[in-house]
Structures are given as C-alpha cells and as structure tokens.
Write a protein that binds this ligand. Structure first.
Ligand SMILES: [Zn+2]
Ligand SMILES: [Zn+2]
Length: 310
C-alpha cells in the first residue's frame, strides 16, 4: 500500500496527484470552454467519455501501465549509472584536451544551479528526441516503437505503453546526452553544480509534468498556438504524432521542447482543431491487442525483418 500511495504522492512519478489534478482541471475547463457539454449534461461524461475509457485499447493501457512501471523500475536502473559514467568521462576528456580546469568560484549562486538544471533537461530532452526519431526512421526499431502507436484511443495510461526494449533505447540516449551536458557544464562553468529540485526531481521537469502533461494522451484538444508551439510540445501536437493520417506521420517527435522538431524539420503545428484517428496506420493495431502481444509482436516482427534481409 505504501508503494502504491508513493505513486500518487511523490513528484518523481508521472502519476503524482497534482500532475493528474492540473490536467483534470484543465480538461474540465476546456470542455466547458469548447461548449461540448450542453446545459444539463454531465461535464464528467465529456472529460471521461465511455467510448474512450471503456475501449479495449484503454483497458489494455491500464493493465499494461502496471507491468511497464515494474519493468522500468528494474530495467532502467543501469542507465542511471550510465549518466554518471559519461559525465565523468566527459570531464576527464575535456581535461586531457583543454587542460586542467582553473579553479573557478568556490561557491556558486543559485542562478548557476538553475542554469545547470536547465542545461541538463535540455540535453536529456534532445536525447529523447533523437531516440524517438531513430525509433521511427529505423525499421528494426520501429517494430518496438509501434507498441506506443498501437493505442487506438489515448488515455493518460497510454504514456506507459512502451515496449521495454524501446524504453531502454530511449534511456541509453538520455544517459549519453545527459552525461555529456553534465560533464561539460561542470568543466566549463562550475564543478559542484547541483540540480535545483522539488522533492528530488529537476524543477523544470516538475513544471513540465504540471503543465497539462496528461492531456497529450487524451481526447482533449489543447494547442499552444503558432508561436509557443515552436518551443513547447502542446498536447495537440503529441496527439498529431499519434495520428493514422499520412500527413501527420513522423511529425512532432519532441517530449518537452518542440525546438528540435523545428530545427530538424519534423514540426507540425495544427492551425485549427483537427479530428484525429489514433493508431499505427498500417492496420496492425490488432496484433497489439493484449499484454502478451505488446511484448511479443515486436520481437517476432523484428526477428522476421532480420531474416528477410539475408
Ligand atoms: Zn512515436
Ligand atoms: Zn504518445
């Protein structure tokens, strides 16, 4: 029970109650704003529509989310160490190349720590963007990433619909880029830089999760407009990423920042509200319709694709 309440009370988990609460509150406001609920109708029936929340895809997401959380808690542990190893290596490498770092201030003011926290989140976000790009562009990796796109309706639990190997690939690039940024910052700016945290998590990540994180995996449409959508990934932009429609394919790989998509040409900013059908787009959603299939189908398909290459 303690472990269960921790998922709701610790900001390190995406299921932290305030993250869910802000998204829920926003969903209610948006529903009222868009006048979806006619007078006398229950707003909640529009925030949690039966055709979405009772859909087999949503039911599977709720079950799979538990398994994914368990798997991640075991499989992703080594990648935490990876960040530290890369950071130490980066510092050692820079000292070899550019000489030993000359002293610097003995104590850093909080803006330095805040800048460090921002640089780390930016680098980690780029690692996630690059991993996501590779997962779409490399056919072998796409078999595993398809699991996330096989969701036919989006609910907050869809955020956990990832194959463990897909998760590990992302964690590897997060570790590499997080470590590179960490080591470089320590060498160039301040060796004892520390993350500014709220209950142990980077303050910027905390703010990101609080800012309607759970709406991206939902039917609720929230776009940030033409300008802000170039900097931050809006819920609408991620919903576009889940679309079956061809013009939407391979767009909006970003997690927190849309900057990478803007820079590398994969940005898609919706101009008006779009009606989106969610799924893979090649009709293979049915092959991902149970927990076992979510785990097995990518292994089967990637093995097949390797055999056909020979
Ligand atoms: Zn994707
Ligand atoms: Zn998604």
């Amino acid at each position: 029970v303690d472990r269960l309440t921790e998922f709701l009370t610790h900001p390190g988990y995406r299921t932290f109650l305030p993250y869910l609460g802000v998204s829920f509150f926003a969903a209610v406001v948006i529903t009222l704003w868009q006048r979806k609920a006619k007078a006398g109708e229950a707003v909640l029936a529009h925030v949690f529509p039966g055709d979405v929340y009772r859909h087999p895809s949503a039911r599977l997401d709720f079950v799979y989310a538990v398994l994914n959380t368990l798997l991640r808690s075991v499989l992703l542990v080594p990648f935490i160490a990876l960040t530290g190893i890369i950071a130490t290596g980066t510092m050692a490498g820079l000292e070899q190349l550019c000489g030993t770092r000359q002293g610097g201030a003995a104590e850093a003011a909080w803006p330095v720590h805040l800048a460090y926290s921002f640089v780390v989140i930016l680098a980690v976000d780029f690692g996630m963007w690059l991993a996501h790009w590779l997962q779409h562009e490399i056919p072998f990796l796409w078999h595993f990433h398809k699991v996330h796109h096989s969701a036919e309706v989006l609910v907050p639990a869809t955020a956990f619909r990832f194959h463990p190997l897909d998760d590990m690939g992302t964690a590897a690039l997060v570790g590499v880029f997080g470590g590179l940024a960490d080591g470089t910052f320590r060498y160039l700016i301040f060796p004892d830089a520390a993350l500014v945290t709220i209950a142990g998590i980077n303050v910027f990540l905390f703010a990101f999760y609080l800012a309607f994180y759970h709406l991206r995996h939902s039917h609720v449409w929230l776009s940030y407009g033409a300008i802000l959508s170039r900097i931050f990934v809006s819920p609408a932009q991620h919903q576009i990423h889940h679309s079956k429609a061809r013009p939407h394919w391979n767009k909006n790989y970003g997690f927190t920042f849309a900057l990478w998509d803007w820079l590398f040409g994969s940005l898609y900013v919706p101009r008006t509200r779009e009606t989106i059908e969610f799924g893979i787009g090649d009709g293979s959603e049915g092959e991902h319709s149970s927990v076992l299939r979510l785990l097995w189908t990518p292994i089967r398909d990637s093995a097949r694709s390797l055999r056909h290459r020979n």
